[in-house]
Design a protein around this ligand. Sequence first.
Ligand code: HAM
Length: 418
Amino acid sequence: MIQLIRGFRDILPGEVELWQKIEREARELLERFGFREIRIPILEKTELFRRSIGEETDIVEKEMYTFADRGGEAVTMRPEATASIVRAYIQHKLYAPDPAKRLYTIGPMFRRERPQKGRYRQFTQIDAEILGVASPLADAELVFLLTSLLRRLAVEDVSAHVNSLGCAACRPSFRLALQEMLAAVSDRLCEDCSRRRVRNPLRVLDCKVPECREALAGAPSILEHLCGDCRRDFDLLRDALESLGVPYVVDPRLVRGLDYYTRATFEIQTGALGAQSAVAGGGRYDRLIAELGGPDLPATGFAIGFDRLAELAALNAPDLRPKPDLFLAALGEPARRAAFAWYCGLGERGVRVAMEFGEKSLKSQLKAADREGAAWVLMVGEDELARGSASLRDMRTKRQREIPLEGLVEKVAAMLCE
Ligand code: HAM
């Protein structure tokens, strides 16, 4: 038997209803705040991700699904959405005449990570970006939207972590201080960190290897190196979150796994998913639009890990399994033919219908209706056809009434859809 590929997954009926609900809630919330949907391709030129996410990140170094297409061009299955959204923003000049654009997309991303609970090789993100807006209020809006969505989905045990990564003016002095500190503990760092400590020292702060975390206990804090502008923006973000009543933790180690970030970064973390603590992450990337060949415009955004969010939301979700309004139970071929026409007609008129197509006893059909949670059962057999009416049973009260076959679809639809 052919099984699915490791790290890939099926979302089965039973689970998919929650996914649909999350997607509806997310779309509704984002669109209420002026976000418009953008659909971007799954395949992009590899160059796009190399230049945006950064050469020395786990994603680009070891996780991308990259291959030469038949024309020999290096292409990559998108590991995230921000780079593509920025490419589209530049390519279609979405910045003109007004650069401020709120865009969102929902879809699969691909990273060849080591699969484990909450970590897949194909996973889904809800990604939202505010492009062309410099104000830290945009960052506050994003953190607010994340916490608001989690609240709507009754997700508990989460906390918002925020940090600032500084800008071109202040990050170099922090980098230098960190590089010096890392040089002193270089013999205690893992292989990746030893390699990165000179060229990309910030990434070392994010390493999950326990020995590295220990070696970094005395690492300098980026927040002590922020320039006046970055400090002011970070304070504004914190003020905005406080006045909105959004609880947060300042986390100077929050450097994120992608290189395009500047200033505010944030993550929603949880203790409920084992090692995979980040449900959502994002931040400001004020240089990326220019670096990818567009105008010099700021931007900020987030991505929610849909798979992880669904896992958390499932802990408090009610039973979302769709139940039929009406189960049609027919006995004998002529009755089944009549019932099939009603089944189609009622379904078309908005009734949730179910029907047994095989020859089964009335008892077993009633059992099936009960199992599926049908509210009503319409029963028809030879006798009913002969007397020109079918029996409609209320499965809750078990009371039955006769419905004339003449105009049955309209009558039942009117009754059940009222
Ligand atoms: P990211 O932190 O790489 O950021 O991913 C965002 C979220 O996607 C994570 O917090 C996690 O919930 C989920 N995620 C990532 N990898 C996996 C995986 N292998 N399996 C399951 N879930 C996963 C970004 O992707 C940025 N583009 C976010 C952003 C948007 N920054 C600015 N705008």
